[in-house]
Design a binder for this molecule. Structure first.
Ligand code: C2E
Ligand code: MG
Ligand code: MG
Length: 647
């Protein structure tokens, strides 16, 4: 019973199926009403003059008009989206109206019976049989309507025929009954297949929507991912080009995340990123779009016209997400966030330009305003141009001819002896003049040029060191990009092997930022170099972020204390305490310690009293050209300690 009731039910829960049924039926509607009207007019005409006018003119006119109105209603409704309730209502009214109209046509046709002769009786039987079969086929996609029509037309019609007692009519009735049974069977199968096809399409669409969602969502944080970020950025940039409306793009990078990730593992790192996403979402309003771009980088788009101060306020709010430490897996991790913004369209008109500029502002924030927002400005634009000129020049020039190396002595003030020299890159460009090494090295680091530059400098430094006494070491700076490139490391190994220098005389200086990149690869590179006999010094110690984890995990030989602590060492007790702590740390971990940036005799004395005798700085000598090194070695004399103290 329930199965039969189900056949007559509109599945109101399946909106897509109802929509598909309405769409399929609306395509058949004109045909249905056309057949019905033409057949009715034909029947009316064969009975015209024989039957009363209300049956051959008025009644058919009303029925045909009703058909025309229904047809028009359906044609108007055709391309309109239907609401869930409206779809169910329309289908139900189709079922009810189908039944009423069908019965009305049947009643009309049978009411003509008493007025016709045998051929006209045949016409009536033919009219009812053929018309109802055609209509049922047109209603095939709306099964309940087709079944109701069968019930309201064929059932009484068959009863009418069987009850006539005439053999021919009984035969026609039985015939029609059999055809109806077959038709219902086909109808149920076809409508089932139709529903299955529509449900299949719904499932395919659902899967494709899910795929689309997954392709656009970051699975860790559930935030939109890089792809969606750039998609939105590209759309907004294109709109802004036409309407000149403004919007803001931000790039946020976590400070100190790498250390947490390396120290406590990726599980903890992942939870920090997840919580970061939640914190950022909690702070944002609907105008802000927040995405995870990858690693510990997040993107922000604010689709609103904000002035400079308003952008800084958004940035401050974003950075405040890191005010509270992250309590994850029993660990309390203090992580910061720096953010760079670019304002469209002033800072750029394409997604790439805007992202690059926001990223450039972020680079500034990280370098100079850690934990704060920075907006891309005209000065940054000038800098970008300058850096791009440097990059293009570096690409063109003969690196071997234009780059040179200067050497700054490293001194042991206790033993009054020279320990060695640090090789420092110099570029005096005929076009640009002297370019500071930290500037052109960082430009080279952002391109693939750094590997070649390192090799050129290393060859020169090794050639120079070959002429020094054997007891002097050569300190050589390696960039982070060198350390994460297996190819460059192998080339460095082959250059060192090809030189006449004992690898044990070479010290590789690496900075903390280098170590924070691809930790595993950096460790592997350092292992290769140490196996050869080279030593490793951690450069600029303390200038970056908390580094004790690296000191602990990496096999280092030496730590160079950043000159930032030395500048005010005479005046600031705090600086003295930090330097003392690092010197003690080195002693405990059995590392050598070098203090950089020593400029005055007073500083020499303080540092010596704090326990470190190996120093480097302008007080002893500024970096010098190779041709001055021999003279310096020959006349080397550590300034007298007492003399230094007086000075
Ligand atoms: P660094 O490796 O920490 O080098 C020490 C820097 O401090 C040098 O700057 C040196 O001239 C400067 N310095 C030394 N003593 C004093 C002092 O008493 N007072 C002051 N104010 N400064 C002092 P420079 O030569 O400008 O190099 C800057 C940075 O550029 C280097 O810092 C290093 O990170 C990078 N660099 C230089 N040469 C190379 C190189 O060949 N390869 C790589 N990858 N980086 C290099
Ligand atoms: Mg160095
Ligand atoms: Mg240094």
């Amino acid at each position: 019973m329930t199965q039969i009731a189900k056949l007559f039910r509109i599945d109101a829960d399946n909106h897509e199926l109802m929509e598909a049924q309405l769409a399929a039926f609306s395509r058949q509607v004109p045909l249905l009403y056309f057949i019905l009207s033409v057949n009715s007019l034909a029947l009316a005409s064969t009975h015209f003059g024989l039957a009363p006018a209300y049956l051959t003119v008025a009644f058919p006119a009303v029925l045909v008009s009703a058909c025309a109105i229904r047809c028009l209603i359906w044609l108007r409704r055709r391309d309109r989206a239907v609401q869930r309730d409206a779809a169910a209502r329309t289908l139900r009214s189709t079922v009810v109206l189908g039944g009423i109209l069908g019965f009305a046509f049947l009643a009309w046709a049978l009411s003509l019976f008493p007025y016709g002769d045998a051929p006209r009786h045949g016409h009536i039987l033919f009219f009812v049989g053929i018309t109802v079969v055609s209509c049922i086929f047109c209603l095939m996609h709306v099964r309940p309507a087709a079944l109701i029509l069968t019930g309201t037309v064929i059932a009484p019609f068959v009863i009418f025929l069987l009850a006539s007692g005439e053999t021919v009519k009984i035969a026609i009735g039985l015939n029609l009954f059999l055809v109806t049974v077959a038709m219902i069977y086909i109808l149920i199968i076809c409508s089932g297949q139709f529903a299955a096809m529509v449900n299949g399409q719904i499932e395919t669409r659902r899967l494709s929507n899910e795929n689309f969602r997954l392709a656009n969502i970051d699975s860790l944080t559930d935030l939109p991912n890089r792809r969606q970020f750039f998609h939105r950025l590209t759309d907004l940039a294109a709109q802004a080009k036409i309407s000149r409306h403004t919007f803001v793009v931000g790039v946020l990078d976590l400070d100190g995340f790498k250390a947490v990730n390396d120290l406590y593992g990726h599980g903890v790192g992942d939870r920090v990123l997840k919580e970061t996403g939640q914190r950022l979402l909690a702070l944002s309003d609907q105008r802000q779009f927040i995405a995870r771009l990858g690693g510990d980088e997040f993107g922000i788009i604010v689709d609103a016209e904000l002035d400079h101060d308003a952008v800084l306020a958004v940035g401050a709010k974003v950075c405040s997400a890191f005010d509270a430490p992250f309590a994850v897996a029993g660990i309390l991790a203090k992580i910061g966030g720096s953010v760079g913004f670019a304002l469209a369209p002033d800072a750029g008109t394409t997604a790439e330009q805007l992202y690059e500029r926001a990223d450039y502002a972020l680079y500034h924030a990280k370098a100079r305003h850690r934990g704060q927002p920075v907006i891309f400005s005209r000065e940054h634009e000038v800098e970008i141009r300058k850096l791009s000129t440097i990059e293009h020049t570096l690409r063109r020039i003969d690196l071997d001819a234009e780059l040179s190396v200067h050497y700054q002595p490293i001194v042991d003030v206790d033993a009054t002896r020279l320990v060695g020299f640090e090789a420092l890159a110099r570029w005096h460009s005929p076009e640009l003049g002297p370019v500071a090494p930290d500037v052109f090295i960082s430009v080279a680091e952002r391109t693939e040029l750094i590997g070649t530059i390192t090799q050129v400098l290393l060859r020169k430094a090794l050639a120079a060191a070959a002429s020094w006494p054997d007891n002097l070491c050569l300190s050589f700076n390696l960039s982070m990009r060198d350390l994460v490139s297996e190819v460059t490391i192998l080339q460095i190994v082959s250059i060192i092997e090809g030189s006449s220098i004992d690898p044990r005389r070479i010290i590789i200086e690496v900075t903390e930022t280098a170590l924070m990149q691809d930790y595993e690869q950096v460790q592997a590179s350092l292992r290769i170099l140490r196996t050869m006999g080279l030593k490793v010094a951690l450069d600029d110690f303390g200038a970056g972020q908390s580094s004790l984890s690296y000191v602990h995990q990496l096999s280092l030989d030496k730590i160079k204390i950043d000159r930032g602590f030395i500048r005010n060492i005479a005046e600031q007790e705090n600086s003295r305490n930090i330097v003392k702590t690092v010197i003690d740390l080195c002693r405990n971990l059995k590392f050598d310690c070098v203090v950089e940036g020593v400029e005055t005799a007073e500083q020499v004395e303080i540092i010596r009293r704090l326990g470190c005798a190996t120093m480097q700085g302008y007080f002893f000598a500024k970096p010098m050209a190779q041709h001055d090194v021999a003279g310096f070695i020959a006349s080397f004399d550590v300034p007298d300690r007492e003399q230094a103290a007086v000075a």
